[in-house]
Ligand binder design. Sequence first.
Ligand code: DGL
Length: 265
Amino acid sequence: MAAREKILMFDSGLGGLTVFREVAAVRPQADYIYVADDAAFPYGALEESALVARVVGLMGELIEAHRPDLIVIPCNTASTIVLPDLRRKFTVRFVGTVPAIKPACAASLTKRVSVFGTEGTVSREYTRALIRDYGQGCDVTLVGSKKLAGYAEEELRGAPASDAAIAAEIAPCFRDDGKRTDTVVLACTHYPLLLDRLRTLSPWPVNFVDPAPAIARRVVDLLGPAPPATDAGTTQAIFTSGRAPQAVLARFGIGAGELVQTAGR
Ligand code: DGL
């Protein structure tokens, strides 16, 4: 019988679940390990060097313990700074998540695009280079939010932020200089968790670009055809705080019986 594929997904918290659900939908027979480094959430507030050291260190332990076939980092804040170090240090294949600037700029009709992510992501040279290389003549506004990833976590845990609080975070994405912003890149995997509210609170309709389907396609491209398997894969969740939110995970199809509670670190 062919060996089962093991895919490890790593985010700072619950945001990566928006990518997990897409990947698991196209690769249902794989075994998944969802890792949330929630002890260090939010990553957006960490210094670059501290973030690199933390993620590289944790990844070494996770690879040693779980021997995954592929690692997905559904986190823009980590991917835009840590991927080169991870690829240098470890031989396992990585799929990162970086702001979807190229497809967003290609699709914009008004040529007014906003890139909405954590303060870390929008300040990175990596993100600026994507705009230089793939901006396609668009006027691109970088909007860093200190709070929205936290609001997304709170929403999932049943304590939603107010409309006014969310509206204040997205307001800078909407520019009107005679031509209005028509495309907003969701450059933080937490933000699609709030998509309905973002749509409702937008001053005018825009196209929100969620990278999750593209990441799922990349995973399938890298892994190739799925090995024959008759039963669905399993999913474990690891939360570095030691406190996995079981009710939330159940909504994403991760069963309580499969949780691994790690000691806080
Ligand atoms: N979900 C993450 C991202 O895609 C980071 C949120 C945070 O930890 O600040 O950037």
